[in-house]
Design a protein around this ligand. Structure first.
Ligand code: GLA
Length: 665
């Protein structure tokens, strides 16, 4: 079943309205709602006194309309009485400032009393709703993430280090603490990397702290997972709402492990977006990453419906965008779409975070759009749900490297996220399905693997990559890979470190261009029609076993190798010594494809996205026109469009923002 829902806050509206809401939802094809993830103060109005009656009544109203429920545990919003009871439970930020009460996410995730209260409310909810067949799942907390530097967190960090390193001698050795006289003789001396230091903290301490904070949320989540699992039947799934590819502070592969389902919050036109044109590739990368965390279909638990903001408003979602973005999620493997939020709230911080309905409860353009999609989903949903995306290309996402680059970006223009997005975009433009893989993944089944800037490189990854290439795979490795070991210390090898033998190159020297500077490249290999320029980083290479594909054509390293190709076993490794501009990245990806038989699903103009979902050998082709103009696309087979029910032959004509889901006739 394909779930089609809304995030609903019945507690924000008079009970007399609930029936109208439920009816309008049903008429729009809504079959699931998420409830209660911020309702702690109503669910537990006083310490230890629980009140589920109002929620029961809301659920009953929805149940009569065949609407299923996902319940959120409310630990993101502590009620005032709890804050008063444990005033030292505040999260302390990197400037050393404790959060004041008055918004949400004020808590320190290491605070033992806070944890106990969070588990207690989760447990009470579970006891009340485990037997309720309307409830199909649980969301734990809401968008985990901020790092905490409170005294209790510091103590927890010290204990975490003790477990990890065993002795201070080992820790001192691994971190290189003799630098600037940091040799620790007592665990209690070890700081957390608050900003109030003269320069920077030791990068090894800093990375360990980032890893630790990521694990703190995994652990905090686990406490609630355990409480729910103990009480609830296995049919009720447990999830958390992630923040997509863009969120850098938690190792999402770890966070996903003990969950049944990954869900995430997708806001393509949030207040932070400064352009009218919303590029489809970064949104798609969010979906791809979320699908890849557990290598299974996912949900969008908050899909933008109206314009989103707190203080100043960005442009309203354009006609067609709501359905387009929701279908895009489905196209990449979503089996559930939940729109944020049902009705725009009249009070509180999110007064201007627009939902499907307006403040006055009327359903206008956005409601009509959702309703139309609901009707389409009612027809096509069962054919789509459970079908899978299949990819032959993978991009490696290393949270260790991402954390380490956050500490030391290497070049002012370098962004790990952007670098990875550039590679993804090149594949996306060619309509090639992609998975995101973790550094410890075995790479069976892929034909092309891209390893962008794997700054922290572990031997296990090198082994997997080597096996992959020896068996015929094509690998792209880019600059700043293999630079650091696990403890964030620069390796004692010629770069790219552990990857040097596989890449067949040695880095002789490197240059870090000034912001915005580019260097011309000369593409010297007959088989490589390269384009674009070097940018952000320039490794000056010396091939050992590789051959040169491109040289620098400028600066003191003009004539020196920039890009190489190494043959290993039945496969090849392309090493790019530069991040390069977008054109360069496209041509590297294009060149890599020449070594594989990875096919585009369909050649389309820019802004027309194509994906496929499979069930056995049955394929559904999703065609999404993100453009504001009509596009015509040539097709070979005859299809039926599941959304319109119309047959399509020879030429597809897609109106602006139109989506088709094609099945071969
Ligand atoms: C996030 C949160 C929601 C809401 C929206 C809009 O994704 O999970 O509770 O705040 O953003 O701001």
């Amino acid at each position: 079943m394909l779930y089609f829902g809304v995030d609903y806050y019945p507690e924000h509206w008079p009970e007399s309205r609930w029936e109208t809401d439920a009816r309008m939802m049903q008429e729009a094809g809504i079959n699931v709602v998420r409830l209660a993830e911020f309702a702690w103060a109503l669910l537990e109005p006083e310490d230890g006194r629980f009140d589920f009656e109002w929620l029961d009544r809301a659920i009953n109203v929805l149940a009569r309309r065949q609407i299923k429920i996902v319940l959120g545990t409310p630990s993101a919003t502590p009620p005032p009485w709890l804050w008063q009871k444990i005033p030292d439970s505040a999260l302390v930020d990197e400037n050393g400032t404790p959060r004041e009460y008055g918004s949400r996410r004020e808590y320190s995730p290491t605070h033992s009393d806070y944890r106990a209260h969070a588990v207690r409310i989760a447990r009470a909810m579970a006891q009340h709703y485990a037997a309720n067949s309307q409830v199909i799942g649980w969301q734990i907390d809401n968008e985990f993430g901020d790092r905490c530097y409170a005294p209790g967190t510091r103590l927890a960090f010290q204990n975490w280090l003790k477990e990890r390193y065993g002795s201070l001698e080992t820790l001192n050795e691994c971190w290189g603490t003799r630098f600037w006289s940091h040799i620790y003789t007592d665990w209690a001396q070890i700081p957390v990397p608050v900003k109030r230091v003269h320069a920077q903290h030791n990068p090894s301490l800093h990375l360990d702290y980032y890893r630790f904070m990521s694990e703190v949320y995994v652990e905090f989540q686990q406490l609630q997972v355990d409480a729910l699992r103990e009480i609830c039947p296995p049919e009720q799934f447990i999830t958390h709402n992630f923040m997509g590819f863009g969120y850098p502070r938690i190792n999402y592969f770890d966070l996903a492990k003990s969950l049944d389902l990954v869900t995430w919050d997708n806001y393509p036109r949030g207040f932070w977006v400064t352009t009218q044109d919303i590029a489809p590739a970064p949104i798609a990368l969010g979906h791809v990453t979320m699908r890849s965390l557990k290598k299974q279909n996912f949900w969008v638990m908050e899909q933008q419906s109206g314009q989103g903001s707190w203080e100043t408003l960005p442009p309203m979602t354009r006609p067609g965008e709501i359905a387009l973005w929701a279908y895009q999620a489905i196209a990449h493997g979503a089996d559930g779409i939940v729109f944020f939020r049902w009705r725009t709230c009249r009070f509180g911080v999110e007064q201007y975070w627009h939902g499907v309905l307006d403040h006055d409860g009327q359903g206008r353009r956005r409601y009509v759009e959702v309703k139309q999609m609901g009707q389409e989903i009612a027809r096509a949903g069962t054919l789509i749900a459970g079908s899978e995306v299949r990819a032959e290309v993978a991009i490696m996402l290393s949270y260790d490297s991402r954390f380490a680059f956050e500490i030391q970006p290497n070049n002012p223009d370098f962004s790990y996220e952007r670098h990875l997005t550039d590679y993804y975009t090149a594949l996306h433009q060619a309509n090639i399905p992609v998975d995101v893989v973790a550094p410890d993944d075995v790479l069976n089944g892929y034909k092309l693997v891209i390893v962008p800037a794997l700054y922290i490189t572990e031997m296990e990854t090198v082994q997997h990559l080597t096996t992959f290439v020896e068996r015929g795979g094509t690998l792209i490795v880019t600059a700043r890979s293999g630079v650091k070991d696990h403890t964030n210390i620069v390796v004692n090898h010629v770069l790219p470190g552990l990857l040097a033998p596989l890449c067949g190159v040695e880095v002789q020297e490197y240059d870090s261009p000034l912001s915005g500077e580019k260097r011309a490249l000369k593409f010297i290999a007959d088989d490589f029609a390269g384009q674009g320029k070097a940018a952000v980083w320039c490794d000056i290479l010396k091939p050992t076993t590789a051959r040169v594909l491109a040289e620098y054509a400028e600066d003191f390293y003009a004539g020196q190798p920039a890009v190489t190709l190494n043959s290993v076993g039945s496969g090849v490794v392309i090493y790019s010594g530069t991040m390069g501009d977008a054109t360069f990245v496209e041509s590297i990806v294009e060149y890599a494809r020449q070594h594989t038989d990875v096919q585009s699903l369909l050649e389309t103009p820019p802004q027309v996205e194509v994906t496929a979902r499979w069930r056995g050998d049955q394929r559904l082709l999703f065609i999404l026109n993100h453009a504001d103009v009509t596009h015509e696309i040539k097709i070979e087979d005859g299809y039926i469009d599941l959304l319109s029910g119309q047959e399509q032959e020879n030429i597809l004509k897609l109106q602006p923002k139109q989506v088709m889901i094609l099945q071969v006739t």
